[in-house]
Design a protein around this ligand. Structure first.
Ligand code: ADE
Ligand code: ZN
Length: 347
């Protein structure tokens, strides 16, 4: 925990949370598709949806676990067809993130969801990348792309996906692992992650969202990932907690996602505060904001209100988000300078 933050009247905390510069390190771009955009793209592309209206679709967002969400999430992504669709989706997310004072974001995308429907890798990557480049130029937000392999599919299919992505290697900073966790342990992807490591890609993986602490251990020891996405189940394993703290391995925690997918019954029972107080490098992220009822600042303000965290936790979370990111040292110093200036202004 950092102690840089000034003493602050509790009623000013939400303002500080909104204004502080921050990085988002766990956002699935397909999970930023708002129902209105899903319907607009479905119409543009002549894609039939199994829902009659935006309201009917939104009413289906009542999830009981990860898989119940993924079924609807993959159906929603089926409206993405052209490069412009991928651009429009990413543009909308980046505009929304900038409103929340997100100044850096590392965006996950699931190419297999699209290539399986006959959409070319080129279409996906070019649309996403153009939106990222425009965000840097027009919004001053730095954005980079992390390709996620779907863990319910085979390692062979992951290798094929990597092969298709290699012509766009310069537009991708890393790879991740997402989709249904339980029954698909990290070690299933040992060889493809080893290959990505040789290629100089950064490595991350979802682990310990619904799955056991053992999956966090193998994500670290077999896949050799640099960050753990979610990781909240680590709390069940004291030896793992000690390791994550000692090695400063960042967890990209997603409070509203965990609430909506019933990982915790109430936000007041979320363990983010315990993770931070135990010295882990936790961060706050939105995961799939269009489905889980909130973007970055909603996640911050709601989890702080529910768990009673203070300005020191806020500083620590924002600072962790920059330190756990894959930006260069010069940019990191600049962003921490911006963060410190924001906190100074509340002194
Ligand atoms: N894909 C999109 N959101 C996800 C999540 N929370 N866990 C695993 N895979 C995902
Ligand atoms: Zn996720």
């Amino acid at each position: 925990m950092y102690t840089f933050a000034p003493p602050l009247a509790p009623e000013r905390l939400p303002e500080l949370l909104r204004l502080m510069p921050k990085a988002e390190l766990h956002i699935h771009i397909e999970g930023s598709l708002e129902p209105e955009l899903i319907f607009a793209l479905a119409q543009r592309n002549g894609v039939a949806l199994p829902y009659a209206s935006v309201d009917e679709l939104r009413a289906a967002y009542a999830f009981t676990n990860l898989q119940s969400f993924l079924d609807i999430y993959y159906a929603g992504a089926s409206v993405l067809v052209t490069e412009q669709d991928f651009y429009d989706m990413t543009r909308a997310y980046l505009l929304r993130a900038a409103q929340d004072n997100v100044i850096h974001t590392e965006i996950f995308f699931d190419p297999q969801t699209h290539t399986a429907r006959g959409v070319a890798m080129e279409t996906v990557v070019k649309g996403l990348h153009r939106a990222c480049a425009d965000a840097q130029a027009e919004l001053g937000v730095s954005a980079s792309l992390i390709l996620c392999f779907l863990r319910h599919l085979s390692e062979e299919e992951a290798f094929e996906t990597l092969e298709q992505a290699l012509p766009y290697r310069d537009k991708i900073i890393g790879v991740g692992l997402d989709s249904g966790e339980v029954g698909n342990p990290p070690e299933k992807f040992a060889r493809v992650f080893a290959r990505c490591r040789e290629l100089g890609l950064h490595l991350v993986a979802h682990a310990g969202e619904e799955g056991p602490p053992a999956y966090i251990w193998t994500a670290l020891d077999v896949l050799k990932v640099e960050r753990i996405d979610h990781g909240v189940q680590a709390i069940k394993d004291p030896a793992l907690m000690q390791r994550l703290a000692q090695e400063r391995i960042a967890l990209t925690v997603c409070p509203l996602s965990n609430l909506k997918l019933c990982v915790f019954p109430e936000l007041a029972q979320h363990n983010l505060r315990q993770l931070l107080d135990a010295g882990l490098a936790a961060t706050v992220n939105s995961d799939d904001p269009a489905y889980f009822g909130g973007y970055m600042n909603d996640n911050f303000t709601q989890v702080f209100a529910a768990t009673g965290m203070d300005a020191r936790h806020a500083y620590t979370l924002a600072r962790n988000s920059f330190e756990a990111s894959f930006i260069d040292e010069t940019t990191l110093s600049r962003y921490i300078g911006q963060l410190d200036a924001c906190f100074e202004s509340f002194r």
